[in-house]
Write a protein that binds this ligand. Structure first.
Ligand code: NAG
Length: 399
């Protein structure tokens, strides 16, 4: 039986993998290191192993070329979103890239990379070419990757505390971490969450509307096959692109990038001169379970652990349905930044998050006045420094 299952899983994986190369598999010359070097800032790579064996790469800008290596620098930890990587924070260059802005402001900037993305595709004894490597989702990023990386950063720098910035899935995994593992409450001085994603019942992504009813069910497929890397076929993407992007003025190339298909392509804030670099670094790879878990949330309206179907749920969780994440119990100072035109973090879902968070924990919830600002604009939007990052920096400094 196990042999059959193994073969089926490999077949399933091979089918998906051969369908399309994601950027993760390509050797691209545009990397976090090359971008930071290009702008003349110092850059370090650090590798850390999680307690379940994944080898993750962190990128660090220890100090700014403009300030030099002197004085005490508090630690910032930046965590990217779904299908993204540490390059998110540097792609837009020294003026608008958050990593550079923080570095210039005197911070020691560390950027995480979740298991499965371009920089974190290694494991102590599993190969990413085989299915068992991909048996993970963002719950695991929250309970394994974030603790491993943040413990390393604190140990390495000798600091007692760090400050956290997350985007999208980087906020989801933050909520997972702090509702599951309480010891980080004293280690995180403040958390600044961009486009925060917890509840997803009102997600407006057109892709979710199509895929939700299909793949957001308790997951029997996963039971049978195990998980796989999420790499949609280029044919399917082209089709989606032509269906969904017909009326958009922006070139088809954006529309066929899965990231834009999910996050929205209709933003007036998209900086066209960044498109080649964005295309070169995303999608950065993830497990298909990460998608399934989000779609389950869309369907169920709950922010809770992965639904494996009632029999395995009973075994794993002791109940037919998965347990909810205890967001109300999170005891870390939190700042939220959200917008009206965000397909993933819809206003209703963010309201639910705001109302659920303990009022002592929620320091500020900032709704951007730019009504067309979308999910990806939180990384790369035009004039993002004036619109968003100056405020984030001020909150970080005052936290
Ligand atoms: C657009 O992106 C480029 C980097 O590709 C950056 O140098 C420029 O400042 C950005 N423009 C705005 C207005 O944000």
């Amino acid at each position: 039986m196990w042999l059959l299952r193994f073969l089926a899983a490999q077949l399933f994986l091979a089918f998906i993998v051969t369908a399309l190369p994601s950027n993760a598999g390509r050797s691209s010359s545009t990397t976090t290191v090359s971008i930071v070097k290009k702008y003349g800032y110092p850059i370090e790579e650090h590798q850390v192993q999680t307690s379940d064996g994944y080898l993750l790469t962190m990128h660090r800008i220890p100090y700014s070329k403009n300030t030099g290596d002197n004085g005490h620098r508090p630690v910032m930890f930046l965590m990217h979103g779904l299908l993204c990587s540490s390059s998110d924070w540097v792609l837009s260059g020294p003026t608008n890239g958050l990593a550079f802005i923080l570095s210039d402001a005197g911070y020691d900037v560390w950027m995480g990379n979740a298991r499965g993305n371009t920089y974190s595709r290694k494991h102590a004894d599993k190969s990413p070419l085989f299915q068992p490597f991909w048996n993970f989702e963002w719950h695991d990023i929250g309970i394994y990757d974030l603790p491993a990386m943040m413990d390393y950063v604190l140990y390495h720098t000798g600091e007692d505390q760090l400050q956290y910035v997350g985007h999208s899935q980087g906020t989801t995994s933050f909520f997972v971490l702090n509702s599951m593992i309480k010891r980080f409450r004293s280690r995180i001085r403040s958390a600044h969450l961009l486009a925060p994603v917890a509840w997803m019942g009102h997600m407006e992504s057109p892709l979710a509307k199509v895929a939700g009813p299909l793949f957001g069910q308790p997951n029997a497929l996963i039971e049978l096959f195990g998980s796989a890397e999420f790499m949609p076929s280029s044919k399917a993407m082209e089709l989606m692109g032509s269906l969904l992007c017909r009326d958009a003025a922006i070139s088809q190339v954006i529309c066929t990038n899965v990231l834009f298909l999910m996050g929205g392509w209709n933003s007036p804030y998209l900086n066209a001169s960044m498109i080649p670099d964005i295309m070169a670094t995303t999608p950065a790879g993830c497990s298909i379970n990460q998608m399934f878990h989000y779609l389950q949330e869309y369907n169920s309206g709950h922010f809770r652990q992965f639904d494996y179907g009632s029999s395995r749920n009973k075994k794993d969780y002791g109940s037919k349905t998965p347990p909810d994440y205890d967001v109300a119990g999170i005891d870390v100072p939190i700042y939220l930044y959200y917008s009206d035109n965000d397909y993933f973090a819809s206003l209703i879902d963010v309201d639910k998050l705001r109302m659920t968070l303990d009022e002592k924990s929620l320091k500020r919830a900032y709704r951007l006045p730019e009504v067309k600002w979308n999910h990806l604009d939180f990384l790369w939007g035009l004039n993002i420094k004036e619109i968003l990052y100056d405020r984030v920096l001020e909150d970080i400094q005052n936290a």
